[in-house]
Design a binder for this molecule. Structure first.
Ligand code: PFF
Length: 515
């Protein structure tokens, strides 16, 4: 068997991990989730979750991959031979996310084309929902699927071809592509922020963004139609996981390609901070634009648009309309968004295909094509008129339940079964800056307790009012849970399939070896 792929340089590793982290999560998901969950209060919760959970978990995933020298399923199998399914569950959750992620990439690619003639005109909202999506969100008829949007399909096709091409030669191409996809977008982001915050009325939006309503952080029962604290914290922590690509097995796979001298602690900090900065800085552009819109319409920022996955496709065109040379900025902006998205999407495909290669001994090309083919087909329902509605549901279930469950399991498995202190020693051996016992405490106690608490509250509230704030109909709730169950069953099925000889012979890491 060939030697394991290794990053061409340590910078390539850092850039690829930053590339995976920074994506649509920062400029598409962060603003609408932040807007929906209270602006300033969400921002505080987000920062706390990043420091307490996000960055320590990044260290955990890198070290687990490096230690076991395997992608997620093999890495968990390395901890205990019956835990392989859990590794598949993690990549499976990410894979479901990737199927709709490519749909959002398709919006970006289509918007790149629309930018040439500023097709969205003066009413970007109507353009997006009526023309681009042909939306059929009719509460009376939840199963009205609507028309299949061929331009969106063309976009998805381009996205998948682009993803596969980017990782065709494994870490070699990834290491090069990311220079371009990580650094370019930052320059453009600065232009957008400057424009967003100088729009007339922007200050109203910025104050919504930056002034926390502290009570939201602890008020569990704020009254009908309001956001409870448990929901806000769950939204914040799952946004941190989504944004850092933690809990998908991606950083485990990337860690497994690390060379022996890469400093795990320092890099986790660099990646975590760079990712959060991109989201927070990008937020200035979006909230500036929201303030502007509120100003024009004479309403409150909290009411100015319906928050949801469509938010950014309405606010960014509005900023673009207000720029000199709007066509040029439109083209540049959607190029930037696509570039940011591509290295996140391919990191997930890498994680999945590295897992398949490790287990079944597939060639690189066969593994990638299989993953891309299945991903493309599974993403087709999101291109229907009702697609964005289903996307919202799948996004909600995968991020509010799937992802926290994966992280909870990871903490319990590594923290208690493998033992956090043992992993910490491994991390410290590979790091200049050392981490102390606080890391063990977070992995073993704080993060699991936090997740269990939030999930218990959330499930309790859902059971009490199944059609509550989220506005879901019963069929949709069933659909969300069924989807999670399917990922779980798929994970178990993949783990019982017989793998290549080398994979089957892997023995769990012995406890003496590095205790
Ligand atoms: N971290 C990516 C982002 O913020 O856009 C999202 C992401 C990429 C999630 C890849 C999952 C994934 F597998």
């Amino acid at each position: 068997m060939a030697a394991r792929d290794v990053w061409g340089s340590r910078t390539a590793f850092v850039l690829a991990s930053i590339g995976s982290a920074i994506g649509l999560g920062n400029l598409w998901r962060f603003p609408y989730v932040c807007y929906k969950y209270g602006g300033g209060a969400f921002l505080i919760a987000y920062a706390i979750c990043l420091l307490v959970a996000g960055i320590p978990l990044l260290m955990l995933e890198f070290s687990l991959g490096k230690k076991m020298s395997n992608a997620s399923p093999g890495a968990f199998r390395g901890v205990h031979k019956n835990l392989e399914w859990f590794g598949w569950f993690a990549v499976g959750t990410g894979f479901i996310i990737c199927t709709y992620y490519s749909g959002i990439m398709s919006y970006c690619i289509n918007y790149f084309c629309y930018s040439f003639g500023l097709s969205w005109g003066n009413t970007p909202g109507e353009f997006f929902f009526d023309e681009v999506l042909g939306i059929t969100n009719n509460p009376q008829k939840p199963w009205e699927l609507g028309a299949f949007k061929w331009p969106l399909f063309a976009g998805v096709l381009v996205a998948w071809i682009w993803i596969v091409a980017s990782i065709w030669k494994g870490t070699k191409t990834v290491g090069k592509v990311v220079w371009f996809t990580v650094l370019g977008p930052w320059l453009l982001l600065i232009v957008f922020v400057v424009r967003g915050v100088t729009l007339e009325g922007a200050s109203q939006g910025l104050s919504y963004y930056l002034t926390p309503d502290w009570s939201m952080l602890w008020t569990i029962n704020p009254g009908a139609g309001q956001i409870g604290a448990h929901e806000l914290w769950l939204a914040a922590i799952s946004q941190v996981f989504f944004s850092l690509t933690v809990g998908f097995g991606v950083m485990i796979a990337y860690g497994s390609f690390m060379d022996d001298r890469t400093c795990i602690v320092k890099n986790a900090w660099i990646i975590g901070i760079a990712d959060a900065m991109t989201a927070v800085v990008g937020g200035f552009a979006v909230f500036g634009a929201l303030g502007h819109k509120a100003f024009l319409e004479g309403v409150d920022v909290a009411q100015v648009v319906e928050s949801g996955p469509g938010l950014t496709f309405v606010t960014y065109p509005e900023i673009i309309n207000g720029l000199p040379l709007p066509e040029l900025f439109g083209v540049l902006f959607f190029t930037m968004l696509s570039l940011l998205a591509i290295d996140s999407a391919f990191s997930l495909v890498e994680a999945m295909s590295a897992a398949i290669k490790d287990k079944f001994g597939f060639t690189h090309a066969r593994a990638n094509l299989t993953v891309a083919g299945v991903g493309l087909v599974m993403g087709l329902p999101y291109l229907l008129g009702s697609g964005i509605h289903w996307l919202d549901i799948v996004d909600h279930f995968m991020n509010f339940f799937g992802l926290p469950l994966v992280v909870l399991g990871t903490c319990l498995i590594v923290g208690w079964y493998y033992r956090a202190s043992r992993m910490r020693h491994f991390i410290n051996e590979r790091s200049e800056g050392k981490i102390g016992i606080w890391w063990d405490i977070r992995i073993q106690l704080i993060i699991p307790a936090f997740i269990i608490f939030m999930l218990a509250f959330e499930i309790h509230e859902r059971l009490k009012a199944p059609y509550g704030d989220f506005g879901l109909r019963s069929q949709e709730v069933v659909f969300g849970w069924a989807m999670l169950l399917l990922v779980l069953l798929g994970a178990v099925a993949l783990s019982v399939l017989k793998g290549s000889k080398e994979f089957q012979q892997r023995q769990p890491a012995s406890s003496e070896e590095d205790a």
